[in-house]
Design a protein around this ligand. Structure first.
Ligand code: FAD
Length: 484
């Protein structure tokens, strides 16, 4: 008599890769038949739904994962709807005895997953969950009194005392195909791609998927890592890894990045390389810190970590907000960043800080408005990093830049884009302005503007606010809550 073949449901989520995927490897090692599935549940997503740019990315990424699975003799089954109900239907159809997945850390997803786990365990299924998204689980790094951290340097020091993160797992050579065919949607049925095609810039810039993530890592290791510390702040140079969207969708794991860098350091003893690599690894730990904060302070997704900021007198000015979103503030470095974001769904970190400071301090618009715009437009929109980045810049988060430190957009532009190359790329109407004026066109002599074919208020906006006035106004607003 032939024995009934057991099967496992392998639930892909933010881990859209085959290499270093612990739940996949556990499923393969179990010897069971594997049903690799993806469930799109818009209403359950971390921040209402995914933003438009992330939906576009997810569509491409699912195609890439499905193709990779097919090369190993398997495939991806696609579903849409409530996760628990969908899983119950799949388990009923396949008679699977186990469900495996890699963990996520957004507050509502943690709650959902706990419930799903409970329901299936009560029904006698084996439920196994794994860490694939972080170097350390958020609760694994704690201070000496077992409390969460609020200061990065202390967090970083604690990380350095921990054993090295585990080594990445190799991709499986073969995946045991399921014997039953279950009904699957087409990826296009998820309607993730925009109905009106605004994604040209995304298509031209990105190639989502595990293969491209590895190519970007290889480029980082071969060309950028040694100069990372010096060059990372200059937005016109492609000096950072641009791995953030790949990390966001789990097309590469932080462990793969960490150990690849460590293995290069083990064979090359160049001081410059060591400095760049240390700096880069520190950035990965900023990501871990953001997840640590999200885990311990889940309310910070829409409330300030520093409670006195709850009564901050934010301004709600639709016109200013729209000018900021559209890159029409009249401050070139701010506008270039916002246009880069709109066009390619990504923005350089230095410029993210500048535009966020401008929104929250010059325009006094609440950081939540900025976070929400980033959420919709970034291909790397990540609840932990986005919340952290906004609260940090606004001055109301952990280890935050103090509120009284207001970035001067002209000085920032002159320092980090001295040749104006970044401005010329994203604001072509200013491209003929000499370097001296490119970050402050409103101060340029009329004949210079004329020669550069710039007519302020017509071809390019006049500044929507006076920075010195805005700075004073921000400090006054801050003084109101300071003692609270
Ligand atoms: P690299 O310099 O190559 O760094 C490598 C990786 O380290 C990044 O991919 C990222 O995962 C991590 N990292 C780097 N800098 C930071 C940082 N400051 N905080 C946390 N992790 C970091 N990053 C996101 O991934 N998603 C977001 O939604 C997001 N929103 C942000 C909002 C604001 C207002 C600010 C100031 C920063 C935000 N960041 C966000 C952090 C940072 O800007 C991006 O991670 C970085 O620009 C991504 O580019 P990269 O991959 O080339 O970075």
């Amino acid at each position: 008599m032939s024995q009934k073949q057991e099967s496992v449901v392998l639930w892909f989520r933010r881990d859209l890769r085959l290499a270093d995927n612990p739940s996949l490897i556990a499923a393969v090692n179990s010897g069971k038949e594997i049903y690799p599935i993806f469930i799109y549940s818009p209403e359950e997503e971390a921040f209402a739904n995914l933003g438009g740019a992330c939906k576009w990315w997810l569509h491409q990424s699912l195609i890439s994962l499905d193709n990779s699975l097919k090369q190993l003799g398997s495939r991806l089954f696609i579903f849409k709807g409530n996760s628990l109900k969908t899983l119950q239907t799949i388990v009923a159809q396949t008679q699977a005895t186990a469900i495996y997945w890699n963990r996520r850390y957004e507050p509502n997803i943690i709650e959902r997953d706990k419930n799903i786990k409970k329901v299936f365990q009560e029904n006698g299924l084996e439920v196994k969950t794994f860490n694939s998204h972080l170097l350390f689980e958020p609760w694994e790094v704690q201070n000496s009194s077992s409390k969460p951290f609020q200061v990065f340097t202390a967090f970083w020091k604690a990380v350095l005392t921990k054993p090295s993160p585990s080594y990445p797992l190799a991709a499986p050579a073969l995946i045991k195909n399921p014997s039953k065919i279950i009904h699957s949607l087409e990826i296009s049925h998820l309607e993730l791609e925009p109905k009106i095609d605004w994604a040209k810039g995304l298509r031209e810039t990105w190639n989502p998927g595990e293969k491209e993530a590895q190519a970007r890592l290889a480029k980082l290791l071969a060309h950028n890592i040694a100069n990372y510390k010096e060059a990372r702040d200059f937005p016109s140079q492609e000096a950072t890894s641009r791995l953030s969207p790949f990390l966001n969708f789990g097309e590469i794991s932080p462990r793969q990045i960490w150990h690849n860098i460590k293995s290069i350091l083990a064979i090359k003893e160049e001081q410059q390389l060591k400095i760049g690599a240390d700096f880069f690894l520190r950035e990965l730990i900023w990501r871990e810190f953001a997840y640590h904060l999200l885990y311990y302070y889940p309310e910070t997704i829409d409330q300030p970590l520093r409670k006195n900021f709850s009564s901050f007198p934010w301004n709600s000015n639709e016109q200013d907000l729209t000018a900021w979103q559209k890159g029409q503030t009249g401050f070139p470095i701010v506008d270039a960043g916002m246009r880069e974001l709109w066009h390619i769904g990504w923005m350089h970190n230095r410029v993210r800080m500048i535009v966020a400071s401008f929104l929250t301090k010059d325009l006094l618009i609440a950081w939540q408005e900025g976070a929400s715009w980033f959420w919709d437009t970034l291909v790397d929109a990540d609840l932990a990093n986005n919340t952290f980045g906004w609260q940090w810049t606004a001055g109301c988060g952990a280890d935050a830049a103090p509120f009284f430190r207001v970035f001067n957009p002209v000085l920032q532009g002159e320092k980090f884009d001295p040749e104006g190359n970044y401005i010329r790329r994203w604001i072509p109407e200013l491209s003929k302005l000499p370097n001296q004026w490119i970050h402050k066109p409103w101060q340029a002599p009329l004949e210079v503007l004329k020669a550069a074919k710039v007519s302020l208020g017509t071809t390019y906006p006049k500044p929507i606010i006076d920075h010195s006035f805005a700075r004073e106004r921000a400090l006054e607003a801050f003084a109101i809550i300071k003692g609270q």
